[in-house]
Design a protein around this ligand. Structure first.
Ligand SMILES: C[S@@+](CC[C@H](N)C(=O)[O-])C[C@H]1O[C@@H](n2cnc3c(N)ncnc32)[C@H](O)[C@@H]1O
Length: 249
C-alpha cells in the first residue's frame, strides 16, 4: 500500500528516500502549508520552539555585529532570533527552497535580514568562510544528502565559527517515548490536518523523524564533513536535539 499524497493520491512506498522526487514533494508541501506553519509550530510545541530556538542562538556564540546564515529558514522564526542577537550592525541571510515559506518570512522584515531562495545543499554564490555561524532548524531531516549539507555549512563558516543544527528526534526514555508516540504519531497528524488542511504534510512530519539518522550518527556526519568539537544535547527529554560543531581554526 502506498501513502496518501498531498493531492489525495498515493505516494509509492519508499518515495521519501529518493532524492529529487522527495525534494520536490517537500518543497511543494511547505509551499502549501506556509501560511499556517508558524502558528501550527507554536501550538504543537506549546511555545517550546521559542525556548529551543534561543538555545540554538546561544550555541552559535554570535556577537553583536556578527554574520549568520540560516538554512531552511522557512517563515524565519530562528532567522529573526539570530537577527536580534547580531543587532543592527550584524547581518543574517535566511535561505529556503520554498518560495511560499520565504513569502511568509518577508511579512516580518528586519533591516539586518535578507532572504534568498536557494537549496541548502548547494550554496554556490555564498563565499567560503563568510559567516560566523551557519544554522539549520528542523530542516536537516528533510534533506537526503546530509554529507553535502554539512560540508557546505562548514565551507561557508569562518575558521572558529559554529555550525548548529536543531532537529526533532525520537526520544529514548520510556516516559518521553510514550508522550512522543501519542503526540507525534496521533495528535500532530490530526491537528495538522485540521489547521493546515493538508493531511499529508502532517503525516510526513513523524515519518521524516522516524527515517532520520540517530543523534550520534548526525554528530559523526558533522565530524566527517570538516567540523570539530561536535557535541549534541537533548531538549525536552530527547524530542529535540541540538548539535553544535566548530570549524577548525
Ligand atoms: C520544518 S521547516 C523549518 C523552518 C524553520 N527553520 C523553522 O525553524 O521554523 C523546514 C524548511 O526546510 C525547507 N527545506 C527543506 N529542504 C530544503 C533544501 N534542500 N534547501 C532549502 N530549504 C529546504 C522547507 O522549505 C521548509 O521551509
Amino acid at each position: 500500500m502506498g501513502k496518501k499524497s498531498a493531492g489525495g493520491g498515493n505516494l509509492p512506498e519508499g518515495s521519501l528516500s529518493t532524492g529529487e522526487e522527495r525534494a520536490r514533494l517537500v518543497r511543494e508541501m511547505f509551499d502549501r502549508i506556509a501560511g499556517r506553519y508558524e502558528l501550527l509550530n507554536l501550538i504543537m510545541t506549546a511555545g517550546l520552539n521559542r525556548v529551543w530556538n534561543r538555545g540554538a542562538v546561544r550555541a552559535t556564540a554570535l556577537r553583536p555585529g556578527g554574520r549568520a546564515l540560516d538554512l531552511a529558514c522557512g517563515a524565519g522564526a530562528l532567522t529573526r532570533d539570530l537577527a536580534k542577537k547580531v543587532g543592527p550592525n550584524g547581518y543574517v541571510l535566511g535561505m529556503d527552497f520554498s518560495a511560499e515559506m520565504l513569502k511568509a518570512a518577508k511579512t516580518r522584515p528586519l533591516p539586518n535580514v535578507e532572504y534568498r531562495l536557494g537549496d541548502a545543499t548547494n550554496l554556490e554564490g555564498v563565499e567560503s568562510g563568510s559567516f560566523d555561524a551557519a544554522t539549520i532548524a528542523y530542516g536537516a531531516r528533510n534533506i537526503p544528502n546530509l554529507d553535502t549539507l554539512f560540508a557546505e555549512m562548514a565551507r561557508v563558516t569562518r575558521p572558529g565559527g559554529r555550525v548548529v543544527c536543531l532537529e526533532i528526534a525520537r526520544p529514548k526514555g520510556r516516559l518521553s517515548a510514550t508522550f512522543y508516540g501519542i503526540w507525534f504519531d496521533r495528535v500532530v497528524p490530526w491537528l495538522g490536518a485540521k489547521v493546515s488542511g493538508d493531511a499529508w504534510a502532517y503525516s510526513y512530519l513523524p515519518e521524516s523523524v522516524k527515517a532520520f539518522v540517530a543523534p550520534d550518527e548526525l554528530a559523526e556526519i558533522m565530524r566527517r564533513n570538516g567540523l570539530q568539537n561536535v557535541t549534541w544535547r537533548p531538549n525536552a527529554g530527547g524530542i529535540v536535539t541540538l548539535h553544535v560543531g566548530t570549524k577548525p581554526g
